[in-house]
Design a binder for this molecule. Structure first.
Ligand SMILES: [Zn+2]
Length: 384
């Protein structure tokens, strides 16, 4: 082979490999959690989304100002009234599901699930849910285990994102081709752990069990169809990384995670998430036959270490986590539930991360093949 052709070949090979590495580099760089100032965030996809993290953060602050939202307390009642008041301007109708919990010889507690609906005349229903009560004990703290936690992340964050999502989606509800329910669930977090009940004798997720038992009172089962139930629990902590809850519907999980990846949040929505089985408010909906997902973190061994402690307060909320969760869910609604599109998350394609890996690998293989073919041709030419 002539030295000049060799040089050209080598340059071609190096540029192809370099291009491949660049794409790899782009992907691994994107693993860094993005702030709203980062360039990748300024993609056209993100610019069409309206979820505001400051509004969401303020919704957490308001809840914490009421004090612990433990059933039977004044702050619990005040928070319920506030949720209803907020929903007046951002949903089409509001319903309250009152129920009573009474265990053994303990007093009875008045609880309430609050439901805000957008587009109530549409046929298909997407439900977003989050619990709004906060835990009455801090069994995982080293101090004051028998006093209630602030519940900024565990309770507060889910409510905040739901509320902001309602505000945003209500603004363009005419573009949506479904009903959206925002379900604020009571009495989730008073079960038994490490020797302590939140409230004596209570099971976890009492509120969602009670709601699903009477769900027929809230929709017309012969005319309306449930699409999915999306649960948010602890979505506002630092170092956000979602797990795959084992009851979560595979296709729903993939399509929501893919929305996150599309926006660049690779680390929050990992391609191989930890799988865990968690007793949460999605269980009752799953048993009822609705496709569910529980967007939740690994609160046992994960990086956010304030679960059921007094440090679950505003100082351990990361406003960026609220933004990431909110934008991803808004993007999910835009992709699958706006008018004049026929995308169905049940038939999703491969996740974006898989496409990117395939593209990078293919580029590398094609480059290598081109290199080998050209090398062979030039070799045979120079020997001729
Ligand atoms: Zn909890």
């Amino acid at each position: 082979m002539k030295p000049k052709s060799k040089k050209i070949l080598r340059a071609l090979f190096i540029s192809i490999v370099f291009l491949g590495l660049n794409i790899e580099g782009f992907i691994s760089q994107s693993n860094v959690k993005l702030s709203s100032n980062d360039s990748l965030f300024e993609t056209s996809a993100a610019r069409t989304l309206f979820f505001n993290e400051t509004t969401a953060y303020n919704y957490i602050e308001t809840q914490l100002n009421f004090g612990p939202r433990v059933p039977g307390t004044l702050s619990h009642g005040e928070c319920a009234d506030w949720i209803r008041e907020e929903l007046v301007d951002i949903t089409d109708n509001i319903m309250t599901h009152n129920f009573t919990i009474q265990k053994y010889s303990e007093p009875s507690y008045q609880c309430q699930n609050i439901l805000g609906k957008i587009n109530p005349t549409k046929e298909n229903i997407v439900i977003f849910g989050a619990h709004w009560d906060s835990r009455n004990v801090a069994e995982k703290d080293t101090e004051n285990q028998r006093s209630p936690i602030p519940g900024a992340n565990d309770g507060g964050s889910g409510v905040a994102v739901l509320m902001e999502l309602a505000r945003v989606l209500y603004a363009y509800k005419d573009e949506l081709d479904c009903q959206v329910w925002f379900l604020f669930i009571d009495a989730e977090d008073q079960g038994y752990s490490r020797g302590l009940y939140g409230l004596e004798g209570w099971y976890w997720v009492e509120g969602s069990l009670a709601f699903v038992n009477e769900i027929d009172n809230y929709y017309n089962s012969s005319a309306e169809i449930f699409e999915c139930f999306i649960l948010l629990d602890m979505v506002g902590g630092s170092n956000l990384q979602f797990i795959k809850e084992s009851r979560s519907d595979e296709a729903l999980h993939d399509s929501i995670f893919d929305e996150g990846v599309k926006l660049g949040y690779y680390e929050v929505f990992p391609s191989r998430p930890k799988v865990m089985a968690i007793t949460d408010d999605h269980v009752a909906f799953d048993n009822f036959g609705i496709s569910v997902i529980d967007l939740i973190i690994d609160f046992v061994e994960g990086d956010w270490t304030y679960h059921h402690t007094h440090s679950d307060d505003l100082s351990n909320i990361d406003i960026e986590s609220l933004l990431i969760t909110g934008l991803t869910l808004e993007s999910f609604m835009k992709t699958y539930y706006t008018l004049n599109q026929n995308k169905d998350w049940r038939n999703t394609d491969l996740p974006t991360s898989v496409y990117l890996s395939i593209t990078v690998s293919s580029l590398f293989i094609v480059g290598l093949m081109v290199y080998l073919i050209l090398k062979r041709k030039l070799k045979s030419k120079s020997t001729n």
